[in-house]
Design a binder for this molecule. Structure first.
Ligand SMILES: Nc1ncnc2c1ncn2[C@@H]1O[C@H](COP(=O)(O)OP(=O)(O)OP(=O)(O)O)[C@@H](O)[C@H]1O
Length: 628
């Protein structure tokens, strides 16, 4: 039996036939990125070790480091997980494909070409969506919910092979979308953290992005870079979700808006790529931690050959073009991972690759569900199906080689401030209760004088506390903004900047540097603005306090006076805490580091230009100076 090497990209990848440019920029992978699960290419070890999910370690695995109390954590590094699922309806007795679900291989019995993956499921009607999800999807969803990793699952395969069936399922056999949502809400119900969930649902139809949740005509939306999630779509509806039913209802609404048609091969063929994104934020007030992660579930349109209808032909051309772009991106990423070289990755060639860019370039754990036909069926020749299955398997084999390095989206919230906000909230609550009680008792006993002074005092104190709370909240928001800025820096450097720099000439390089400088200027400006805003707020608060009416202490009964004194002391203590500027200073230090990085990169670039090096010089300094 011949095992097809998954590294033999050469002949099937024309764009890689000219490798010297990438060869020249060989990058050493730093030690933290060297982990890769057992490669199926080693003889006698074609299948991955018996994990249900192949590439993703379980939550307590040594491969993913435990969370540490810092903003930045070591990333999880591992391969993209790939599973193969045949459509049982298309299997014929004379099928040339044989599946070994224990060894996780699929073999063509005519030419004995064999492929191995994380999971190869049997072509069996008994093999339900639940079974596939439990074996291959649930671990990924757990890592998304428990550890704050972004997670992306996408279904890829020929038209009619079962992508939509796997993602959506039906009433008796719910698909990945429903099963992941069940897991999400089970977690929310059993967890003490405060959750907020939002959703967006898009389709890419004929290279136009359409909002499936829009009630109006939200067609051809634009993509822009997003601070938190990489590329995102401008103007897309992202309603907040309060219940599982509401979420499922929204998705059903989106599904009815999706373009489907009868084609030669599928009576309800998806004519677009759909991307459902569920964003979850979980705040753990006890441990002062916040987790923000996105689960993306994509049902791609199926590749197909010529069809009888003109309209379908046009759609098919767009579908094939974007799938080709995805295939090229996968090939290049695969080559970069197996040879440890860096080359320009053409994410911008299609809307699909741009939207999947954050996931494929390391912002997300990825599971690719490849669906295939194993036999012939009506309307297609057996040969055609065999070649489409080959294409899918080749795509899957390359995808499996891609190594991603993914960060958790978990951060510590400023503990002092959070505690301060909590204390202020509690104090306000207590004071409100006291006021209500005092009001009630004064109405009841008919006493007005002393208590009304008391009431005024309490109300004044509440006003002060509320003002302080507002300042604290402002500061918390300020820290959140600083964290966002840090993320922008990472995303910009990690994704587009590296790719753009590697694929650009001297003139473009200057432009990139100018943009980078501009970005840095903006960062500084934003910081200054935030500082100014905070000091204005503090000044306002001080003014407000100094203009308060003097209180007639003599009118206040003794027991209340002591209590007020206590509270005044507490307020003084809280104000002292407010003075803590440590985090602002830390953030400024980080920004100045960024400044220095930009300066040194600029200097390197000038030196490199002055030395008159050729564009593709192996020692080209900029290539490395941006790799983090
Ligand atoms: N694993 C499966 N078990 C039972 N039926 C399946 C399975 N996979 C697919 N089918 C059936 O095969 C048909 C085609 O499946 P589906 O519509 O999911 O294909 P698709 O890959 O999404 O096609 P397209 O790309 O054209 O949208 C459907 O009738 C579906 O119910």
């Amino acid at each position: 039996m011949r095992t097809r090497s998954t590294t033999s990209h050469g002949s099937s990848t024309p764009s890689l036939a000219n490798p010297p440019r990438s060869e020249m920029r060989r990058l050493e992978r730093p030690p933290s990125r060297t982990f890769r699960p057992a490669s199926p290419r080693h003889p006698g070890n074609r299948s991955r070790p018996g994990s249900s999910l192949g590439s993703f370690p379980s939550s307590d695995s040594a491969n993913s480091r435990p969370s540490t109390p810092s903003f930045r954590q070591e990333p999880y590094t591992g391969n993209i997980a790939v599973l193969i699922r045949p459509n049982p309806q298309s299997v014929l007795p004379n099928s040339p494909w044989s599946i070994d679900s224990i060894g996780q291989t699929i073999t063509n019995t005519t030419d004995f070409t064999s492929y191995s993956f994380d999971n190869v499921f049997p072509a069996d009607a008994e093999c339900s969506n639940r079974f596939v999800y439990d074996r291959a999807g649930s671990e990924l969803v757990k890592k998304f919910l428990n550890e704050g990793y972004n997670a992306t699952i996408f279904a890829y395969g020929m038209t009619g092979s079962g992508k939509t069936f796997s993602m959506k399922g039906n009433n008796s056999d719910p698909g990945f979308v429903q099963l992941a949502i069940d897991d999400l809400f089970a977690k929310i119900e059993s967890d003490s953290r405060e959750y907020s969930v939002s959703v967006n649902y898009l389709e890419i139809y004929n290279e136009k992005i359409i909002d499936l949740l829009s009630t109006g005509s939200a067609t051809d939306l634009k993509i822009r870079e997003d601070l938190a999630y990489g590329n995102c779509v401008v103007g897309v509806n992202s309603p907040s979700i309060t219940s599982k039913d509401q979420l499922l209802q929204l998705i059903r609404k989106g599904d009815t808006n999706r373009k489907t048609s009868v084609t030669d091969y599928n009576h309800r063929s998806s004519r677009s790529h759909s991307i459902l994104q569920i964003r979850v934020s979980a705040v753990d007030r006890i441990r002062c931690r916040e987790l923000n992660a996105t689960l993306s579930l994509c049902d791609l349109a199926g590749s197909e050959r010529a069809t009888s209808s003109l309209e379908r032909l046009k759609e098919g051309a767009y579908i094939n073009k974007s799938l080709l772009a995805l295939s090229t991106v996968i090939n290049k990423l695969s080559l970069a991972s197996t040879t440890l070289t860096a080359d320009h990755i053409p994410y911008r060639d299609s809307k699909l690759t741009r939207l999947l860019q954050p996931a494929l370039s390391g912002s997300s754990l990825v599971l690719i569900l490849c669906t295939v036909h194993l036999g012939s069926g009506s309307g297609l020749t057996n040969q055609h199906r065999i070649s489409e299955t080959y294409n899918t398997l080749r795509f899957a084999a390359r995808a499996k080689d891609i190594v991603v390095s993914v960060n958790k989206n978990q951060m510590n919230i400023d503990e002092d401030l959070l505690r301060l906000v909590e204390t202020l909230r509690r104090t306000i609550e207590t004071q409100k209760n006291e006021i209500t009680m005092l009001k009630q008792s004064s109405t009841f006993s008919g006493e007005t004088n002393g208590n009304s002074v008391e009431l005024q005092q309490k109300e004044m104190q509440i006003g002060q506390l509320q003002a302080e709370l507002a300042v604290c909240n402002e500061r918390l928001e300020h820290f959140a903004r600083l964290t966002d800025l840090q993320k922008t820096e990472t995303i910009m450097l990690k994704n587009d900047t590296v790719n753009d720099i590697l694929g650009s000439g001297a003139e473009e390089l200057q432009m990139i540097m100018a943009n980078f400088e501009e970005f840095h200027r903006r960062l500084n400006y934003e910081l200054e603005e935030s500082k100014l805003y905070i000091s204005q707020l503090e000044m306002q608060l001080r003014n407000a306090l100094s203009h308060q009416q003097p209180v007639h202490r003599s009118a206040v009964p003794k027991e209340y006076e002591t209590r007020i004194k206590d509270q005044e002391e507490e307020i003084w203590h809280l104000k002292e805490l407010l003075k803590d500027k440590d985090h602002v200073i830390k953030s400024l230090t980080k920004t100045s580091k960024l400044r220095r990085l930009a300066d040194s990169t600029n200097t390197d670039h000038r030196k490199w230009q002055a030395s008159g090096n050729e564009k593709d010089s192996p020692q080209r300094p900029l290539g490395n100076s941006f790799v983090i």
